[in-house]
Each structure stands twice: as structure tokens, then as C-alpha cells.
Design a protein around this ligand. Structure first.
Ligand code: PMP
Length: 380
């Protein structure tokens, strides 16, 4: 058999989580909270099931949920959306990104991806016959080198994928980045996928620069979101994609025959729960406290912080402490200290190794304390 994805193996998250289980390690590798989600929301889902919301909803999503999302977008970003033609509910953010790429990318098309990159992007491009053009973010700021982007554009460039707040680095795009992006795509037919699943996890009084605020860019953009990151329920796998009507039509052609419609009771519950603005507006404060607490605890280790301004993650460098590869350090951390982390090299196709590992700080204080206690024991 000729594999459609010859370069794809088991993801690092599966490998590290299995190792974490085997060694009963604290899992600061995978990005998921270890504290409970809102009981109001779980009760709303239970009620929706009891109330009979158990059959297929419309393909694009439950209209009251689409309306609630449009309302939220207007409140946050001042943008008017047509809920029925510009928003599609999806089984998670990853699926939304996959569907946008699949709707647009044909064989031989080039797609610009910045590395380190969320691990689904490149296989999503390649399964569609596209070619990923990888541009490294500038270590250690992890900012975009726009000159490199200009040089990478060819007549085959079909799409650029951006992600802010960024996984795994916690870097954010600034006004200047949006300006540069604008200049590069002007007068071209390049599409954009903007992965904004961490829109509410943003720190240091910084603002999330959503492409939803840029009407000129939105004409060519799919913006992807995840409810899992907003409501501490990553296992629910529900999200949505916002794109102009013409792009949404193409997106839905893919979605219609891949999933058709997303589970009804959760959509019914979210349609009500999303109206509670406070819950998502408070997220930054809650998570920033965790980031700051973790950062403070980590001062007891020799690892150096590469400050995160958003997402669930913070990178730490062990440069100068050890010349071992990130994968080796990550494996030793699980086996010798009982803490699972992710080597940042896993987010590069060529396994670029800057001696940097990723920690997820979306955990209870007690988990972070115990993890750092264990981390102090390792000899580099
Ligand atoms: N994009 C990024 C950058 C992510 O980190 C994640 C979650 N790990 C997603 C998209 C997708 O989230 P979901 O679980 O909703 O598919």
C-alpha cells in the first residue's frame, strides 16, 4: 500500500501521555486542564439530553448557538456576522482547520506554515496533496520573519496558516504582524487560516488581535475556534469556523460529508451558556495566575523561562545545562522525575532542537507544586 501520509507516525502527545501513564508521571505535556469544568454547563448538557435534544441538528449548527456566537463576536470584536451563512459548528478546532485546508488546497498548492507548528497543520496539507512551506519562527522571541515570508511566496502559494496566541510558544501576533500579512496577501489570491483557539488565554494586559477585526483580511480568511479551551472541556471536541459566505459554502461541502452535524445536547447547552460573558472574560485572569505561579515555582530549577503571553503553555530552555537532545531530556524527565513535558522539536518537521521544552501550566496549584518539586531532582 502507498501511504498517503508516509511521514506520519504516532504523535508525540500519544507517546508522552503513554509514558506518563506508565511512570505515573504528572502530565504537564498535553494541553488540558486538570481542574473541573463548570457544573452549570454539565448540568445544561444533561438537561438538554433529558429535554430530548438527541437527534441530528442542522448541518451548519444549532441556530441559537450560531446566533450566540455571532453576538459574542460582535461584543468582543465589533464585527457583524451572518450566523446562518458565516459560522459552522465543528467537532473541535483541529477539524475546523482540517476542513478549511481541505476546502481550499489542491495537489501541488503551497501552504506557508510557521514552525514550531501545531502538529495537525502539515499532515492536513499533505493529505490534500499540498506542499507545506515551513518557515521557522525566530528563536527565542518566536516572532515571524516577514522578509522570509516574502521570499517564500510563489505563484503556487495558496494559503498562509497563522496561530495566535501560539502553541507551543505562547507568542502573540502584534499590529505590525497584521500589517505585514496585509501587505503580503494584497493583490494575491492567497487564503488565510487563522487558528485562534486560545483567543481568551491572553496575559499581561495584551489584546488578542483577531482577524475578525480586519474586514479586508476576512474576505480570504477562515478563523478557527475551540470550545474545549474556553470551558475546560478539551475532551468534548467542539469548536467552530468563521469565514465569509463564499468560503463557508466550500467549507460546508467538506464538513457535510465528513461529519454532517455536531452532537446536539452540547450545542443546545452552549447556546445558553455562551451568554454568560463573565466566564470567558475571566479566563485570562485565572490562567495568568497559574502561569505566574508556575513561573515563580520554576525559579527553583535551573531552567530559563521563555516568557509566554498566551495559551496554556510556557517554554523553558536548558541551553548551557546539557547538550542532550530535547527528546532525551523529555524522556529522562518522565522516567527519572515523573513529570511529562513535550520537546519543542516535536513541532518541527526537521526536529530543530533549541534545547527547549514545553510545559502546560493549566493545572491545579498543587499539581504545579508537586511537578516542580520533582523537576528539581533531575541532574542535567
Ligand atoms: N489549534 C491549536 C494551536 C491547539 O493547540 C489546539 C488544541 N490542542 C487546537 C487547535 C484544536 O483544539 P480541539 O481540541 O478543539 O480540536
Amino acid at each position: 500500500m502507498i501511504s498517503k501520509l508516509p511521514n506520519v507516525g504516532t504523535t508525540i502527545f500519544t507517546v508522552m501521555s503513554a509514558l506518563a501513564n506508565e511512570h505515573q508521571a504528572i502530565n504537564l505535556g498535553q494541553g488540558f486542564p486538570d481542574y473541573p469544568m463548570s457544573e452549570t454547563l454539565t448540568e445544561l448538557v444533561a438537561k438538554a439530553m433529558k429535554d430530548g435534544f438527541n437527534q441530528y441538528f442542522p448541518m451548519a449548527g444549532y441556530p441559537p448557538l450560531l446566533e450566540a456566537i455571532a453576538e459574542k463576536v460582535f461584543k468582543l470584536y465589533g464585527t457583524h456576522l451572518d450566523p446562518m451563512t458565516e459560522i459552522t459548528i465543528t467537532p473541535g478546532g483541529t477539524y475546523a482547520i482540517y476542513s478549511a485546508i481541505t476546502a481550499i488546497v489542491n495537489k501541488g498548492d503551497e501552504v506557508i506554515v510557521f514552525e514550531p507548528a501545531y502538529d495537525s497543520y502539515i499532515p492536513n496539507i499533505e493529505v490534500n496533496g499540498g506542499i507545506a512551506i515551513r518557515i521557522p519562527l525566530q528563536h527565542p522571541s518566536y516572532s515571524i520573519d516577514w522578509e522570509a515570508v516574502k521570499l517564500a511566496i510563489t505563484s503556487k502559494t495558496k494559503m498562509i496558516i497563522i496561530n495566535s496566541p501560539h502553541n507551543p510558544t505562547g507568542a502573540l501576533l502584534g499590529e505590525n504582524d497584521i500589517q505585514e500579512l496585509r501587505k503580503i496577501v494584497a493583490e494575491t489570491n492567497i487564503y488565510i487560516v487563522s487558528d485562534e483557539v486560545y483567543e481568551h488565554l491572553i496575559y499581561d494586559n495584551l489584546l488578542h488581535l483577531s482577524l475578525l477585526k480586519c474586514p479586508d483580511l476576512m474576505e480570504r480568511t477562515f478563523v478557527c475556534f475551540s470550545f474545549g479551551k474556553v470551558y475546560n472541556c478539551t475532551g468534548w471536541k467542539i469548536g467552530y469556523c468563521i469565514a465569509p459566505e463564499e468560503l463557508t459554502k466550500e467549507f460546508r461541502k467538506v464538513h457535510q460529508f465528513n461529519c454532517f452535524s455536531v452532537n446536539s445536547p452540547i450545542q443546545a447547552a452552549l447556546a445558553i451558556h455562551l451568554k454568560n460573558e463573565e466566564e470567558y472574560r475571566n479566563l485570562s485572569t485565572i490562567l495568568q495566575k497559574k502561569r505566574d505561579y508556575f513561573r515563580e515555582l520554576m525559579k527553583a530549577t535551573p531552567l530559563k523561562v521563555i516568557p509566554s503571553h498566551g495559551s496554556y503553555f510556557e517554554l523553558y530552555s536548558y541551553e548551557g545545562l546539557s547538550s542532550e537532545k530535547e527528546t532525551v531530556i523529555a524522556e529522562r524527565l518522565v522516567k527519572e522525575c515523573g513529570v511529562a513535558v513535550i520537546p519543542t522539536s516535536a513541532f518541527y518537521q526537521d526536529a530543530t532542537d533549541n534545547k527547549v521544552i514545553r510545559f502546560c501550566f493549566a493545572k491545579k496549584e498543587s499539581t504545579l507544586e508537586e511537578a516542580v518539586n520533582r523537576l528539581r531532582k533531575i541532574k542535567y
